[in-house]
Design a protein around this ligand. Structure first.
Ligand code: SF4
Ligand SMILES: [Zn+2]
Ligand SMILES: [Zn+2]
Length: 313
């Protein structure tokens, strides 16, 4: 297998592009895909301050690395969920990478510890309020990522969602015809009201095996295991199904997700952050001030219930 660009020995084959690359040309390919994503979706520019949500996994650490190497002012936020070994190991990986990023690019790492700030680890918290762990986790992460971006004055919040994540999410939304979610499934959600950070997904043009290869080839030490709570999730099932299709017919995921984005852009040329109805009904949460459609936001409601159940709180 030879590199398509320079004809030296290739280290990775990309069947969906009918190509193979050596390490140098593969890195160029990855950087180029991210540059194209940023430009095509008008995600941010050189003057913007970017906050990357990092988990310790390959995608978010690769994203932080790529944005720094492309010359963007990028810091990161890690939310420590307090899930025993998984959180200990993933935090170690994040701190290790952050140490290098601070030395080489002066980048900073912010940390939010659920056990300290919300009073219990995510599993205990979810048990106390009788909600599935992932649903409580989603509420906390959405809230804390947004809050950190807004309070620390970042222009945009970037997440490491890749092509596989977005294609799997699209499949789920289509299978259940969740039209409201379909409307908002975009790699760029502008900050349409005060108090909401702009959110972008610069890896949407890269497949999961490409971000994994990038991390390995560039010596990024990441946590290989998934969060234990993800076991049995529908997302993993959709990814498996799409991988099966991709093996038989390379390019399926890309055609599915990028095709959706093209159709969406044709129907509605500007990216929707939220519907007019949302915009009209949003107002500051009575407790914390973040935008919400109810009197009190879902995070504050959740915390009231949790605090009432946490012993000695
Ligand atoms: S799998 Fe669930 S608990 Fe784990 S990080 Fe994802 S949403 Fe949170
Ligand atoms: Zn090459
Ligand atoms: Zn609130």
């Amino acid at each position: 297998m030879r590199c398509r660009k320079c004809n030296t020995k290739a280290v990775i084959g990309l069947p969906r592009h009918n190509a193979a690359f050596c390490k140098v040309c593969f890195n160029e390919y990855v950087h180029d895909q991210v540059r194209r994503a940023i430009k095509a979706e008008r995600m941010f520019n050189r003057d913007d301050r970017i906050l990357v949500a990092v988990s310790g996994g390959k995608d978010s650490l690769a994203l932080w690395d790529i944005l720094l190497k492309l010359g963007y002012r990028t810091d990161a936020l890690y939310v420590d969920l307090g899930i025993a070994d998984y959180s200990i190991k993933s935090r170690e990986k994040v701190e290790q990478f952050a140490h290098m990023a601070a030395q080489s690019h002066g980048a900073a790492l912010l940390i939010h510890t659920v056990q300290q700030e919300e009073g219990a680890g995510i599993r205990e918290l979810a048990d106390l309020i009788h909600r599935p762990t992932c649903s409580a986790c989603g509420t906390i992460k959405r809230y804390q990522f947004n809050r950190a971006a807004v309070e620390h004055g970042y222009d945009v919040l970037a997440t490491g969602h890749n092509l596989d994540d977005e294609a799997a999410r699209l499949l789920g939304n289509v299978l259940h015809w969740q039209e409201e979610y379909l409307d908002k499934q975009s790699p760029n959600l502008p900050a349409s009201v005060e108090g909401f950070a702009k959110k972008v997904k610069p890896l949407y043009r890269l497949a999961e095996r490409e971000t994994a290869a990038y991390a390995v080839l560039n010596g990024i030490d990441y946590i290989v295991e998934e969060c234990p709570m993800a076991k049995g999730s529908k997302m993993l099932l959709y990814k498996e199904v799409l991988n099966r299709l991709e093996t038989e017919s390379p390019g399926t995921k890309q055609a599915f997700y990028w095709g959706f984005l093209e159709k969406q852009a044709r129907v509605r040329p500007t990216t929707p952050a939220m519907t007019e109805k949302d915009r009209l009904t949003l107002h500051p949460c009575a407790t914390c001030g973040q935008p919400t459609t109810a009197e009190v936001c879902s995070y504050c409601k959740m915390m009231v219930r949790a605090k009432a159940s946490i012993p000695d709180s």
